[in-house]
Design a protein around this ligand. Structure first.
Ligand SMILES: C[S@@+](CC[C@H](N)C(=O)[O-])C[C@H]1O[C@@H](n2cnc3c(N)ncnc32)[C@H](O)[C@@H]1O
Length: 229
């Protein structure tokens, strides 16, 4: 690892004004609240890392925040960062775990979010199945990578350090293909979903309806009519 990359990585886990994506997390949290409208109930952030997205969601909602990461060191990082932002430590619970086998019961979570973790997953169908399993009926998931649509593309491009784009290109590129995501969602037998693509990122939104019905604009019917936001 180059010295610069090690420095950049360290900076990624300390969420303060100098974080390379400091202006992004508040905008992404606002987008999630504006678009999904979930402001209370249990919220799980998968691959939470620094906890930045959860911290910003915590500032503008009454969500019960839970960060999950495969890396046990994230526990300390999340609580240090929460403290930095004046969020009471007890607002965020931490779970060490793997997206491929979430340590949570069925139907537990109202809102699942995950940003920037998807490139590292080994089996996306299993991951999507797990996410769908833990959603409450009426719950929604927003999973993917990139920036908020409230951010300008120029600003987003400026924020990305070189190694984020160049590192491990094959593994990173795979999940960016619509066909790859569609296949994983179908394998996972998730029914209500859409893929949101644009200059800002690629996201999968999944909704678990209370009935088996497919909401207009979602599900298999949406495979050919998915819009960019
Ligand atoms: C690039 S970081 C993104 C962190 C944070 N979500 C953000 O947007 O700043 C990816 C995170 O995903 C976690 N991760 C990777 N594979 C995982 C898995 N299988 N299950 C859960 N977390 C995972 C990593 O430990 C890391 O913290």
């Amino acid at each position: 690892m180059t010295e610069q990359k090690a420095k950049d990585l360290k900076a990624f886990y300390r969420y303060d004004a100098d974080h390379p994506f400091a202006s992004m997390y508040p905008l992404l949290a606002k987008q999630i609240v504006d678009d999904l409208g979930v402001t209370s109930g249990p919220c799980l952030d998968i691959g939470t890392g620094s906890g930045a997205l959860l911290i910003e969601l915590g500032k503008i909602t009454g969500l019960e925040l839970m960060g999950l990461d495969i890396n046990p060191e994230a526990r300390v990082l999340v609580s240090e960062n929460a403290r930095r932002h004046g969020l009471p430590e007890e607002r965020i619970a931490f779970l060490q775990g793997d997206v491929h086998a979430l340590p949570l019961p069925d139907g537990d979570i109202r809102l699942v979010v995950s940003r920037g973790s998807i490139p590292f997953w080994d089996d996306h169908a299993t991951a999507f199945r797990e996410i769908y399993r833990v959603l409450q009926p009426g719950g929604v998931a927003f999973v993917g990578g990139g920036f908020s649509r409230y951010q300008s593309k120029e600003e987003a491009d400026r924020m990305r350090p070189d190694w984020v784009r160049k590192d491990n290109p094959e593994k990173r590129a795979r999940w960016l293909h619509r066909e790859f995501l569609e296949e994983a969602l179908l394998d996972a037998t998730v029914t209500n979903w859409r893929i949101i693509e644009g200059g800002y990122g690629t996201w999968v939104e999944m909704r678990k309806t209370s009935q088996a019905s497919v909401t207009a604009g979602y599900g298999e019917g949406a495979r050919h009519a998915m819009s960019d936001l």
